[in-house]
Ligand binder design. Structure first.
Ligand code: HEM
Length: 447
């Protein structure tokens, strides 16, 4: 017997429209606390189902992943700027791209990037450590710059040079403008020459011409490079032997920047925020980093020894899940468990909501990295923790993001010392962003 999930009450006609205009992540969490982990909403004729139950999420995203598409309004708007890349594509085209790209991102293929990340982190840590005692720092722009610098090197090679600032500015603008278009009920198609659309097209043009230029230059040089662009150029479809076209390379490189830039910098910003409120954890990380990062070249085995730092990053991804919800659309009338999901409706599996349910996370509003000790982890149901999602569409950049998160936090904790000023709320845009600046006060002498 199939049934509808419990309905979140709404207004006549508008349904839950106004609820979705406010802090949607908190609203969905409250709904799950009240009605259970599967809740139905209506906005006009549109039906939306929140999903925050580990087994049902696994059923949907793993066993039945090909029963769904990503055809929501938000995804169409993302395609306007990104084209059809790994993040935005669906069906057989997506499967082919994933097949070609997957080996590039395998964990054991990322060793080369560790020293590059460490060098970026070290520059940042030195700059923080050199600040006068008592200086106040705005954290988010710091991590925007750092993660863009690392992405520039890792994705496109050392030769980005003066382009880096232009790319950062245009990626930042494209993400902000796309978010604005997604959130506004009055957005027009991109070809309508409104000021927002014209600005968006200008930034997309800058990104396209800059990255296409780099791809062309790389082809002409014949150089084989180990950055992601070089690896993607060398990648071959295991079934057909075909390489990627330049047009596809452009889309995929843009996708990596968009998918990896704000997610990582937000996760780092929230980690620094919490470390500055939990000095005992900052001290534990410093002690660990002093022991593990002893100045010799860093290996993946060495990174694995940064166990406490891993817990801190993991807990920040739980409490402040950067991708707080994803969306899927059933291709036909569908079921998950015994719940009905009508064809064409929207389904929102939500890492944020799942990560705040008391059933899996006692005292969920408390930030406590020891939730990720091996013992505590073994006691939780599989799939209660899904910041990178699960199934075939799981984040392809997960291992790179982990490497970045852990190495940067360890290096900062080793060389700098800070306390956090004030409280900051989380606000759900495309990623879960800080609603106001995160400010920290630097202290001269770590430890
Ligand atoms: C802490 C940082 C990160 C988090 C929490 C995160 C989370 C996610 C999530 C939840 C998805 C699934 C989206 C969906 O299916 O709707 C995803 C997909 C993706 N992520 Fe990440 N991500 C992170 C960092 C990165 C980085 C650094 C890269 C690039 C190096 C990256 C590249 C991608 C790509 C290309 C996809 C699409 C994969 C596909 O559909 O086949 N991500 N990510």
């Amino acid at each position: 017997m199939t049934r509808d999930p419990p309905l979140h009450p709404g207004l006549p006609i508008l349904g839950s429209l106004l609820d979705f205009q406010g802090n949607r992540a908190h609203m969905l969490l409250r709904a799950a606390q009240r009605y259970g982990p599967v809740v139905m909403f209506r906005i006009g004729p549109r039906r939306i189902t929140l999903l925050a139950e580990p087994d049902l999420i696994a059923e949907m995203l793993t066993r039945n992943h090909d029963h769904y598409l990503k055809e929501t309004r938000a995804m169409k708007m993302m395609r306007d700027g990104l084209g059809r890349g790994l993040l935005t594509n669906d069906g057989p085209d997506w499967a082919r791209q994933r097949r070609v790209t997957a080996p590039v991102f395998r964990r054991d293929n990322l060793e080369d990037f560790a020293s590059l990340i460490l060098a970026g982190a070290q520059t940042q840590a030195d700059a923080w450590a050199a600040l006068p005692d008592g200086s106040v720092l705005d954290v988010v722009p710091e991590f925007h710059r750092l993660s863009m610098r690392i992405a520039g090197h890792a994705f496109l090679g050392q030769d980005v040079g003066p382009l880096a600032d232009r790319l950062r500015e245009s990626f930042n603008a494209a993400i902000t403008l796309t978010t604005k278009r997604i959130l506004s009920p009055f957005s027009t198609p991109l070809w309508v020459p409104t000021p927002t659309n014209r600005l968006m097209l200008r930034h997309v043009h800058t990104l396209d011409t800059s990255i296409a230029g780099l791809i062309r230059a790389r082809r002409e040089s014949g150089e084989e490079s180990q950055d992601f662009l070089g690896r993607l150029m060398a990648a071959r479809d295991p079934e057909t032997g075909e390489p990627m076209s330049d047009a596809q390379l452009l889309v995929e490189v843009k996708t990596l920047f968009i998918a990896g830039f704000e997610t990582v910098s937000n996760a780092l910003s929230w980690s620094v925020y919490e470390l500055g409120r939990n000095p005992q954890w900052l001290a534990r990380l410093r002690e660990e980093a002093d022991r593990v990062l002893d100045g010799t070249p860093v290996t993946l085995a060495r990174v694995r020894e940064l166990e406490l730092t891993r817990r801190v990053f993991a807990e920040s991804l739980r409490h402040y899940s950067p991708i707080w919800a994803v969306s899927r659309v059933p291709i036909e009338d569908e079921t998950v468990g015994d719940y009905r999901l009508p064809k064409g409706s929207w389904v929102f599996p939500s890492p944020y909501v799942l990560h705040h349910l008391e059933a899996y996370w006692p005292d969920p509003q408390r930030w406590d990295p020891d939730r990720f000790s091996p013992e505590a982890t073994a006691e939780r149901p599989k799939n209660a923790y899904i910041p990178y999602l699960i199934g075939p569409r799981r984040c392809i950049g997960e291992h790179f993001a982990q490497l970045e998160g852990v190495l940067i936090l360890a290096t900062l904790a080793q060389h700098a010392s800070w306390t956090t000023l004030g409280e900051v709320e989380a606000e759900p845009f495309v990623t879960l962003r800080p609603a106001s600046p995160i400010r920290i006060r630097m202290h001269r002498d770590p430890g």
